[in-house]
Ligand binder design. Sequence first.
Ligand SMILES: Cc1cc2nc3c(=O)[nH]c(=O)nc-3n(C[C@H](O)[C@H](O)[C@H](O)COP(=O)(O)OP(=O)(O)OC[C@H]3O[C@@H](n4cnc5c(N)ncnc54)[C@H](O)[C@@H]3O)c2cc1C
Length: 288
Amino acid sequence: MKRYDCIIVGSGPAGLEAAVNLSIRGKSFLLFGNESLSIKLETAPRIDNYLGLPGISGRELQQRYLEHLDDMNIQLQTDQVNMVYPMGDFFSVAAGKHTYEASTIILATGTAPAKLLPGEERLLGRGVGYCATCDAPLYRGKTVAVVGWSDEAVLEANFVAELAGTVYYLPVRKSAQTLREGIHVLAGPPTEILGDQKVEALKTKTETIPVDGVFLLRESIAPSSLVPGIQVENGFIVVDSDMQTNLPGCFAAGDCTGKPHQLMRAAGQGQTAALSATTYLDRKAADQ
Ligand SMILES: Cc1cc2nc3c(=O)[nH]c(=O)nc-3n(C[C@H](O)[C@H](O)[C@H](O)COP(=O)(O)OP(=O)(O)OC[C@H]3O[C@@H](n4cnc5c(N)ncnc54)[C@H](O)[C@@H]3O)c2cc1C
């Protein structure tokens, strides 16, 4: 399997700036994110603190970012990264239905969910999943709940409905996408996932529905669920001034490292993370 120099997880300003700098430094990398690049950016009506571009709207900046990627021939992979496994001197990354390897990782995932649902962490991999397209075949003919925070969640719920017996959809955010017929929409919101050894039911504010599986399709996954062993404090990834996390070769940048949540801070940290990853790779190569 090809081993990339770096895999970047996240397509907001932090991840994109990391990609631009890795590209300039001639490193091989994959950039994972989504087509809108950053929902936060897309929804920012007017930005006054972006140096050199006063008054720019989030959508205009998004367009400039897309042009920049295009100009530098940087491809965006639109699969969600579900897991990053530290393997010693490299990382194994599960995204969509595929697995990739990289010598370094840059986490630029934006803010993580404020808090996990009760039962989520305990039942992760035992009925709780973050990737419906990957795990839907496990639920052929069974009952599944999909909790959706994004447009992609609706598309994933539609895919699950092709295989599962019964699908419940709990929309946390409105979506422009249309659910296919036969999916039962619940008002939600979800309050707890129940089960002893595996998922048995999903509790909402008003009812408890027996289910075999629950897919939680958020925009981003909590860092502690995404990368086993990563040091997190108050929900944010702990980094030093080089954007190095507690895991050698794993760097983080942007909102996922703490406040203030601002565009230029995110981009600056993305650049530092890319340069630190480059130094790490070059030192490693020199030692061999
Ligand atoms: C309405 C609004 C207005 C704002 N206005 C301003 C402003 O005027 N000035 C300012 O400085 N800041 C502003 N901000 C804040 C700014 O948008 C954020 O600080 C900035 O976008 C953070 O960048 P980031 O790269 O860290 O993360 P994000 O922009 O959140 O990008 C992270 C991206 O990575 C993707 N991702 C996450 N996990 C995964 C995964 N596992 N696999 C694949 N992709 C993943 C996410 O879907 C997301 O697209 C505003 C925010 C909002 C919501």
